[in-house]
Design a protein around this ligand. Structure first.
Ligand code: NAD
Ligand code: AHE
Ligand code: ZN
Length: 375
């Protein structure tokens, strides 16, 4: 079949909208009509050329929602008409990682996914006889896409696609980092570095978890109002701090008889390795945990004095908020439908596929929280 898609033809180039060929679903695969897709910073990271796994030409996008329109042989868990969210972290429930119960990082198809291919080692997309690569197993910047059955979560049929697509990455990553990875307790203190599409969801996750002090750090002052909207109690712009940021934050988090200071939990939502170090070092001596969410470019490394860890701080990372997609994503959609979490105000821009490059520009300029493309 033919479908319209935004194709990443090469690193650093704007996406090109074109009609591409899409083969139907094979064994264990489903064909999904994508109704809406968010634009995440990670799409821009890959498009920029900084992603060691980035390959071109490819169809990017990993934050979608849509309807199953066909299924391949052997598919049993979803059928035509089901509303689904594609999962870049699948859940096969059979691989050693899924069975370990210690991680959400299913390994069933990770190798081929990183090569931009379906699990059988081929691509379903092409144009003019040339192969196009899949991206993160999703390729939601295409109106129709093919996914392995284990990489779709069936969700509430009344949920609006143009909002719940954000649960395909940003919402789940931010809230999940708080609930699944950090396991934040009521009354905690927390610092969130970077108040974009992920950081604001960390903030709403902290509010849900009952954190007392939620400090947001961003170099863009416009993010103060945004953070406050979702539960942030204090805002710090590092550019306006006199002296070093870390001692300033440690001082800000001193409470009651505690003269040491530092937050119980800190979160990097920037992808900047200098910020990651600041986040670790502003965690409380003895127990503070720092969670890396941001994705850093090829060749970049984090560093700190080992003393920071010797004195009890813990450095952790999280992918997709530690969520098991097929189990947790439908629940998060239900939370949205029940009004337990907010999504609508964070979707600042709704665009057509033809306007997708504008969505990337808005994100780069710090003018959007989330742009969503509606097909
Ligand atoms: P975004 O562009 O919407 O937001 C980034 C924010 O960080 C902006 O508000 C920006 O002003 C701020 N910022 C930049 N430099 C800063 C600095 N030095 N100090 C403080 N704030 C700074 O991006 P996003 O969509 O929220 O994504 C954030 C990061 O999370 C990206 O690296 C993305 O690739 C990553 N990500 C990771 C996962 C995961 O599963 N681990 C999932 C989604 C996104
Ligand atoms: N390809 C990159 C890795 C990028 C990365 O860490 N991706 C996150 C999701 S970001 C979503 O916006 C992830 O899921 N990581 C786990 C995994 O298996 O990729 C690189 O550096 O190679
Ligand atoms: Zn993402």
């Amino acid at each position: 079949m033919k479908t319209r898609a935004a194709v990443a033809v090469a690193a650093g180039k704007p996406l090109e909208i074109m009609e591409v060929n899409l083969e139907g679903p094979r064994e264990g695969e489903v064909l999904v009509e994508i109704k809406a897709t968010g634009i995440c910073h990670t799409d821009d990271f890959t498009l920029s050329g900084a992603d060691p796994e980035g390959i071109f030409p490819a169809i990017l996008g990993h934050e979608g929602a849509g309807v199953v329109v066909d299924v391949g042989p052997g598919v049993t868990s979803v059928r035509k008409g089901d509303h689904v969210i594609p999962l870049y972290t699948p859940e096969c429930r059979q691989c050693p990682s899924c069975l370990s119960r210690k991680t959400n990082l299913c390994t069933a198809i990770r190798a081929t996914q990183g090569q931009g291919l379906m699990p059988d080692g081929t691509s379903r997309f092409s144009v003019g006889g040339e192969r196009l690569f899949h991206y993160m197993g999703c390729s939601t910047f295409s109106n129709f896409t093919v996914l392995p059955e284990i990489a779709v979560a069936k969700v509430h049929p009344d949920a609006p696609f143009d909002k719940i697509c954000y649960i395909g990455c940003g919402v789940t990553t931010g809230i999940g980092a708080v609930i699944n990875t950090a396991k934040v307790e009521i009354g905690s203190t927390a610092i969130v570095f970077g108040l974009g599409g992920i950081g604001l969801n960390v903030i709403q996750g902290l509010r849900l978890a009952g954190a007392d002090m939620i400090i947001g750090v961003d170099i863009n002052n416009a993010k103060k109002e945004w953070g406050e909207r979702f539960g942030m109690t204090h805002f710090v712009n590092p550019k306006e701090v006199e002296g070093e940021l870390v001692p300033y934050l440690i001082d800000l988090t001193k409470r009651g008889a505690d003269t040491i200071g530092g937050a119980d939990y800190t979160f990097d939502c920037t992808g900047n390795v200098t910020v990651m170090r600041q986040a670790l070092e502003s965690a409380h001596r003895g127990w503070g945990e720092s969670i890396i969410i941001g994705v850093a470019g090829a060749g970049e490394e984090i560093s700190t004095r080992p003393f920071q860890l010797v004195t009890g701080r813990v450095w952790k990372g999280t992918a997709f908020g530690g969520a098991r997609g097929r189990t947790d994503v439908p629940k998060i959609v239900d939370w949205y439908m029940e009004g337990k979490i907010e999504i609508d105000p964070m979707i600042t821009h709704t665009l057509t596929l033809d306007e997708i490059n504008k969505g990337f520009d808005l994100m780069r300029q710090g003018e959007s929280i989330r742009s969503v493309v509606v097909f």
